[in-house]
Design a protein around this ligand. Sequence first.
Ligand SMILES: [Zn+2]
Ligand SMILES: [Zn+2]
Length: 429
Amino acid sequence: MKAVLDHIGIAVRDLAAALAFYRDGLGLEVEASEDVASQRVKAHFVPVGESSLELLEATASDSAIARYIEKRGPGLHHITLRVDDIAAALNQLKARGVRLIDEQPRPGAEAALVAFIHPSSAHGVLVELKQSRPSEEPVANRAIRSTTQRNSRYQIGDLELTSLCDGFFGLDGGSMFGVVPRVLWSPKAPPDEKNRISLATRPLLVRGVRTLLIDAGIGDKDDERFREMYAVERARNLDHALAEAGVAPDDIDIVLATHLHWDHVGGFTRRDSAGHVRPRFPRARYVVRRGEWEAATHPHERNRASYHAQDFVPLADAGVLELVDADQTIMPGVRVQRTGGHTADHQIIWIQSGAQRAVYAADLLPTTAHLPDAWLLGFDLYPMESLSAKKAFKKDAGGETLIFLPHDPAVAAGHLAEQNGRPTFQLAQ
Ligand SMILES: [Zn+2]
Ligand SMILES: [Zn+2]
């Protein structure tokens, strides 16, 4: 096991005095604080080279940090070691009889997985293990993926929603963050040696009066060169996910497209044994926005690489295509809304039943790293339209709305929240 020092947690009684020492005395930079509400603690990170100091300030007298200070005085509270594969590390420790506070990894800040080791087994030191979001390390990528490529199910009133995964792929980090420089995006989405960041493709199954599938992933028609260029990894794919959800291809009544980019609709069709490309869901009607259909079937130099005709033209040939012109209800509880921006007719999908609501954000909010308004995709054809659509979306989708992200490598769904005036994404339970 390879472990790297991530940070050292220090319990602080008097924050002003601690800042006078670390910031003013030592000249270190102190980042904006982070509230960890569940622990009733405020964390102030002080980067020191590759690691950080974490100054921990209690926000309530019954918090663990307050109790710690009461008992032992301020000082060193814990050390955090970053490992590639936290599950393997815990198994290894368990096998040696080490006493663990967390037998299983649990979600920590920034979609990391964390687990604590009891100080009685660590020579008096509280040790936290941490596995970051996907990094350059393929092993870490695999570990995170394996935890998030299983189906996750949610109930929205009478509708049952299942987030599926059609595997992973990699896109150039620069093109995923537009004008945002690599120094800012790379800590949130670590690139591989070819500057690609790891992305999931997550279609959404909606079961109500009908069975409806939103987008269908990358599919399996692409050649080796393409799969290599985009680091396509579909060892576990939509077939497995649908089977796990108990859905056969014949059970799908409606397939709904957010837009026709290959990473969303590659799975709309499949090559049969005779080599003909046919609709993958034989009984389904495929619902596509008319403007998007026009754009995809008449591509220009700027968007041509995003569209693969064989993903959607065979639908028209087979007579299963249904073009819609305006925002409307596709089946009870499922409504499309044009956002534009990414493509002229890109749409998001609102799902409502009773008082509960969810939304499939599509490429308006592809990952948690895209939360800040100006962190827009370089692919967007109309970025100013994306910007206003995203602002409106963040207002509309606040609070209780369950938001599905199509491409986050570690997170399928969650809620928008705010922390210290900055937008954050809370994982769905
Ligand atoms: Zn797209
Ligand atoms: Zn996409």
